[in-house]
Design a protein around this ligand. Structure first.
Ligand SMILES: Nc1nc2c(ncn2[C@@H]2O[C@H](COP(=O)(O)OP(=O)(O)OP(=O)(O)O)[C@@H](O)[C@H]2O)c(=O)[nH]1
Ligand SMILES: Nc1nc2c(ncn2[C@@H]2O[C@H](COP(=O)(O)OP(=O)(O)OP(=O)(O)O)[C@@H](O)[C@H]2O)c(=O)[nH]1
Ligand SMILES: [Mg+2]
Ligand SMILES: [Mg+2]
Lengths: 270, 292
């Protein structure tokens, strides 16, 4: 900060505040501001532009993996982030592209976890594979895979129970579910999406770290992006964990979903 | 943990024997880092750092024997000051000769429905009923009915009614007839910038006049929580808050920001998905947790 005159120092502090309040986090904010200082921008606009460029270099977009044969998309994440709703949105998106899908109600734990998914299945007019509250999620997934293979479906979308990433027992449970899939489906046909809540602060990074530790997380679905939060944490997640953000949720309705575009995301930070 | 972070800052102070401006700057930077990592609001951090700086450079500290211990004490005392020293909570029981109405509001997925059931269990002796006033979320009513049946908690619902206000009015009438004393209203999640949904809450509060309007937020929420709380506050003055998901490794800085910037008391914290996972908010417990 010493290289700048007082006026610019104030502006840098302003930038620090903007980024911190966008939940970018102190570590990532300082890395960005350090890079800025080395480039020695001459104006405020140039500074903002540089920051945007740096972010654009870090943030990763991505698409759903496309493969012939049955694909399984596994939705994981902590409690209440928007897994079930986001799954329904992806099902709607795939159906519009002409893909044959089934929903898999593998949240056998939470009250009405299955019923909630059934409502979406009915709205979408697509089948749902389910058992009952308390049954083994692996068993539901096992049934679903057999059904998906015999019916030659394009995708199975697996809903799982919310789980705190700090609960080792629950993390091992979802690994078991993944392994049930892996028994019958090749690894490159399984997509693990971690659902992140845009209103979450620094803990979002911890969540992504843990889910990536246990599962081959290929992408993130950023739900509740229609909130007043900027979800700055995805910058660090993209950079340090190599997890691309594939979709954003923008509301509670089935069509409230967009492909994640880093250009719009970066504009929204400012 | 924070104490270790300060040990090396103050190690060279022991040599020279006094806390100087430079030592303080380093120590304050560490506090800033710890707080921001804990999701404490940026404005609260700035204010806090200024207060601690003033006190730490004060005469009494410069004369102290153990600078790091004194510094930590100043930080800790200042935090407890922000968090409040007393546990303000809901009353132990509610009056038996009338209805007390609690309304839960908050962002989507913050834990309102689960908390409604937990509160009903906690106040079992006050003859509670939960009103399922979320007609929007798929299977929201089923969620309450299933939990209500499992834990023997009465739930009032009307699956045909699409207006929350009407569900609540019918529920209150029904609760008076059945002589329930504590009415807990579970409302739909909503984003604070959704004018229509915020007006809905405002209207419900005006017509129903709940005794307690409680903001349910999760401990994982980021910097903007304060603005969310303020918006809810504008729609209906909040009596207090419940912060959920404290069983995560989120440090809970949101508690500090909420208390300091909106003066909202925190009645309880949610510590899990089970019925009994609702604990009283302890300012000193949270202070230690935020400091890491
Ligand atoms: N505004 C908004 N609300 C959303 C979005 N995605 C999900 N929600 C809402 O967030 C709440 C929780 O969504 P769920 O899909 O039940 O979340 P979940 O992760 O499956 O929750 P658990 O299974 O209990 O862990 C519901 O009220 C949803 O309508 C979004 O993109 N925008
Ligand atoms: N680990 C943990 N999970 C919690 C806690 N409180 C609620 N949950 C979970 O968080 C998820 C969302 O809880 P809900 O009670 O459905 O949240 P809500 O605010 O009613 O959601 P909407 O009605 O959609 O706005 C569920 O999976 C709950 O079991 C808590 O204190 N700790
Ligand atoms: Mg779910
Ligand atoms: Mg609810």
């Amino acid at each position: 900060i010493r290289k700048f005159n007082k006026m610019d120092r104030l502006f840098l502090e302003e930038m620090e505040q903007t980024l911190i309040q966008a939940d970018v986090g102190l570590i990532t904010t300082e890395e960005i501001l350090e890079k800025i200082q080395r480039k020695n921008p001459k104006s405020r606009d140039e500074t903002k532009e540089l920051i945007s460029e740096i972010m654009a270099g870090i943030i990763q977009e991505g698409e759903l993996c496309q493969k012939n044969g049955l694909g399984v998309i596994l939705f994981c994440g902590v409690n209440g982030v928007g897994k079930t709703t986001s799954l329904a949105k992806i099902a709607h998106y795939l159906k519009k592209k002409g893909k044959k899908c089934k929903l898999v109600a593998a949240d056998t734990y939470r009250a009405a976890g299955i019923e909630q998914l059934e409502v979406w299945a009915e709205k979408l007019k697509i089948p749902v594979i389910k058992q009952f509250q308390g049954s083994d999620p692996g068993a539901v997934v096992f049934d679903a895979i057999n059904s998906g293979l015999s019916d030659r479906d394009d995708y199975l979308l697996v809903d799982t129970a919310g789980r705190m990433h700090t609960r080792e027992d629950l993390m091992r449970e979802i690994v078991k579910v993944y392994n049930v899939v892996l028994k019958k489906i090749p690894e490159d046909h399984i997509e693990v999406l971690v659902v992140l809540d845009a209103t979450t602060g620094q803990n979002g990074f911890n969540q992504a770290v843990e889910f990536k530790k246990y599962l081959p997380v290929q992408g993130a679905f950023l739900a509740k992006y229609d909130s007043s939060f900027k979800a700055g944490i995805i910058i660090r997640i993209s950079k340090e964990l190599n997890i691309p953000i594939k979709f954003v949720g923008t509301g509670e309705k089935i069509e409230d979903m967009d492909t994640f575009r880093k250009k719009d995301y970066i504009t929204n930070i400012f | 943990i924070l104490r270790d972070k300060f040990e090396d800052v103050f190690r060279f102070i022991k040599g020279t024997g006094k806390i100087r401006q430079e030592n303080i700057e380093q120590a304050l930077k560490k506090i800033k880092m710890a707080f921001l990592e804990a999701d404490v609001n940026y404005r609260v951090v700035r204010h806090f750092i200024d207060e601690v700086k003033k006190k730490a450079l004060g005469e009494s500290v410069l004369k102290s024997v153990s600078p790091s211990q004194q510094f930590i004490k100043i930080v800790y005392d200042e935090m407890v000051k922000l968090l409040g020293t007393q546990t303000v909570s809901l009353p132990e029981t509610f009056p038996v000769n009338k209805q007390t109405i609690i309304m839960l509001v908050g962002l989507n997925g913050s834990g309102k429905t689960t908390t409604a059931i937990k509160l009903a269990r906690k106040y079992n002796k006050s003859n509670p009923v939960v009103i399922a006033a979320d007609p929007y979320r798929p299977a929201a009513v089923d969620q309450l009915l299933i939990m209500g049946k499992k834990y023997s908690i009465p739930v009032f619902y009307d699956k045909k009614e699409t207006f929350p206000l009407r569900i609540i009015q019918k529920g209150i009438k029904d609760s008076k007839e059945k002589k329930y004393n504590l009415i807990i209203i579970d409302t739909a999640g909503r984003m604070e910038m959704n004018k229509e949904l915020m007006n809905e809450i405002k209207e419900i509060a005006q017509k129903i006049k709940p005794d307690y309007r409680i903001f349910v937020a999760d401990a994982l929420t980021g910097q903007n929580l304060i603005n969310v709380a303020k918006e809810f506050q504008l729609s209906t003055p909040l009596n207090g808050a419940i912060l959920t998901k404290f069983d995560s490794d989120a440090r809970g800085g949101a508690a500090l920001s909420l208390k300091y910037l909106t003066k909202t008391d925190i009645f309880y914290i949610g510590t899990g998905e089970k019925l009994n996972d609702l604990d009283k908010f302890s300012p000193s417990g949270i202070a230690k947790r935020i400091l890491g």
